[in-house]
Design a protein around this ligand. Sequence first.
Ligand SMILES: Cc1ncc(C[n+]2csc(CCOP(=O)(O)OP(=O)(O)O)c2C)c(N)n1
Ligand code: SF4
Length: 288
Amino acid sequence: MSLANLTPSPGFEDWLPVEYKDLVNEGPYFREKKPKVSDMGKFKEILEEHPMCAGCAMTLFIRLTFIGLPNPEHSIIVGTAGCGRLAISQASIPFIYGNYGDTNAVASGLKHGLDIRFPNQPKDVLVMAGDGGLIDIGFQQLMHSWFRKEKFTTIMLDNEVYGNTGGQESGMTQHGKILKMAPRGKTGDKIDALGLAKVAGVDYIARIAPTNPSRVARTVRRAVLVAREIGSAYIQAYTSCNIEYAIPTPEVMQDAFDVEKERYGFEEIISDRAKEYLKEIEKKDKKK
Ligand SMILES: Cc1ncc(C[n+]2csc(CCOP(=O)(O)OP(=O)(O)O)c2C)c(N)n1
Ligand code: SF4
């Protein structure tokens, strides 16, 4: 979506809601200098309202993702069934609803189509889906998109449960966890999705919890830039489900800090060619 698409025709402006006008005038589209996380609250965000549970960490992570996009006006998100799409689909960025499990195949086709249709304008494709949608039902397509080195970013919203359907265990649930619909406790281990990404040759891999907003935005930016030029990118984000894990809303952030410290520390695994590329870009950014 370009700013030109969003800008209202003359005379029509008076009839539009103030939020819409704010987005066109103050939002992060086409600004010479992108707004920073520390400016949140001072500019119109791409996502502001959503119907997800109060205090859900996933929505915080999604908001930060949108701020981190290097080129929101030329980004497209592919999502699917699961909690995250409730917010992602409310954002003013094109959203494609893939069938559950199909996201990475849809994104592969979409990315190739966009490259043909817009040879002179890079379009950033991102998959944002839950752990169930990616590591269980979408596993085959996830892995094959990585093996094919498809140039898009996959973000796993890892709440370690099927949140949207009431608490079934997923491949990313920890061993032994008792959930509403896993009353005997999970028997298998949490799948090492980072390890799988590494084996598949993904060029940019990161594990992150939403404890440091600027780091989330920077990680998203790095992933998208690598996917634009080099190869696949994967971000695995701890985005707790306060409902299924019975985390009181005021303690959601404390839980994120605790889990980060225990087992979800920030980690980046970057291929040599992606490192070189990021070094160049970040050098140019600093000069600017
Ligand atoms: C093919 C298919 N199977 C099952 C479902 C039902 N379904 C909808 S959301 C969901 C679970 C979502 O869990 P996850 O992907 O982890 O996302 P979360 O809701 O936890 O964010 C399931 C099984 C579906 N929509 N389509
Ligand atoms: S069910 Fe869990 S993951 Fe889904 S919106 Fe509610 S708190 Fe967030």
